[in-house]
Design a protein around this ligand. Structure first.
Ligand code: HPA
Length: 278
């Protein structure tokens, strides 16, 4: 199914009809990070299944609702749960919510995710500010911007030199230093999943310059940049990716959720600071 401008506009209008104010900031919560939404004040909650054309999360660890309210007195729209390409959705469906946010007038999109650490200096539980991404999925023929381009949404050949807003990155780094929140920085590599990687793949991705791997975020960032939003990305390193068959450890979705949950207070502190300064 190909969505048109009118589909995005209709859903934006549906959401607007539930609100008394206009959110400026969008936040997408990744695996295990849903509890962050409990920090939103005066929330209006809209289940995804009530929203026209909105894709439904099928993965456990992702609830499916929009929580719209204030955080640090700033109006925010929080997606508690996202959908992934591996669930069988098209790239247009995966990124549908971002287009709707664009038409709602959201200016800054904060993307969070769970990721596997590739950089050997990372530990499970670390937070990583995304400095740039490798959208492998996109460049293998699954780019969210493929298909007819509607100039009202963005240009045909958008520039991606500064996908993750440099000023906002500087702001996040300064804030983390000021508040003593340990923060790694690195390159996020987006794969389709749902299979975890082989050790040979992990070694190759490391050689490419990736610091973390995951199954989301890059498609959403791609559409957000195309749509003129400023993007911030933060990964929770929920596990260290296995780079050799002799490593006697296994990664699991349970572990991803458990370590993700542990990082919630630190990530919340960081997000509060970021939102306060926007
Ligand atoms: N690989 C891919 N995606 C992930 C991982 C991983 O190791 N951990 C959390 N999301």
């Amino acid at each position: 199914m190909i969505f048109t401008y009118d589909d995005y506009a209709a859903t934006a209008e549906f959401i607007r009809s539930h609100l008394e104010f206009t959110p400026r900031i969008g936040i997408i919560l990744g695996s295990g990070l849903g509890p962050l939404a409990d920090n939103i004040d005066n929330p209006t909650i809209i289940p995804y299944h009530d929203i026209p054309n909105w894709p439904q999360s099928t993965v456990w660890g992702h609830s499916g609702r929009l929580v719209i309210g204030t955080l640090e007195d700033q109006p925010v729209l929080v997606m508690q749960g996202r959908v992934h390409f591996y669930e069988g959705y098209s790239m247009q469906q995966v990124t549908f919510p971002v287009r709707v946010m664009q038409l709602l007038g959201i200016e800054v999109l904060i993307l969070t995710n769970a990721a596997g650490g590739i950089n050997t200096s990372f530990s499970a539980g670390d937070l990583m500010l995304i400095e740039d991404h490798i959208n492998l999925l996109g460049h293998m023929g699954q780019n969210a911007l493929m298909g007819p381009n509607d100039e009202r949404l963005g240009e045909r050949f958008p520039i991606f030199t500064y996908a993750y807003d440099p000023d906002l990155r500087r702001q996040v780094i300064a804030l983390a230093e000021h508040e003593n929140i340990p923060l790694q920085r690195g390159i996020y590599l987006c794969l389709s999943g749902p299979a975890f990687e082989t050790p040979a793949e992990i070694r190759m991705f490391r050689a490419w310059g990736a610091d973390a791997v995951g199954m989301s975020t890059a498609p959403e960032a791609t559409v957000a940049v195309h749509g003129g939003m400023r993007v911030i990305g933060v990964s929770t390193i929920t596990n260290i990716a296995i780079d050799h068959q002799a490593v006697r450890r296994e990664v699991s979705h349970e572990e991803v959720l458990k370590i993700g949950a542990k990082a919630v207070p630190r990530l919340m502190k960081l997000l509060r600071g970021v939102v306060r300064e926007l």
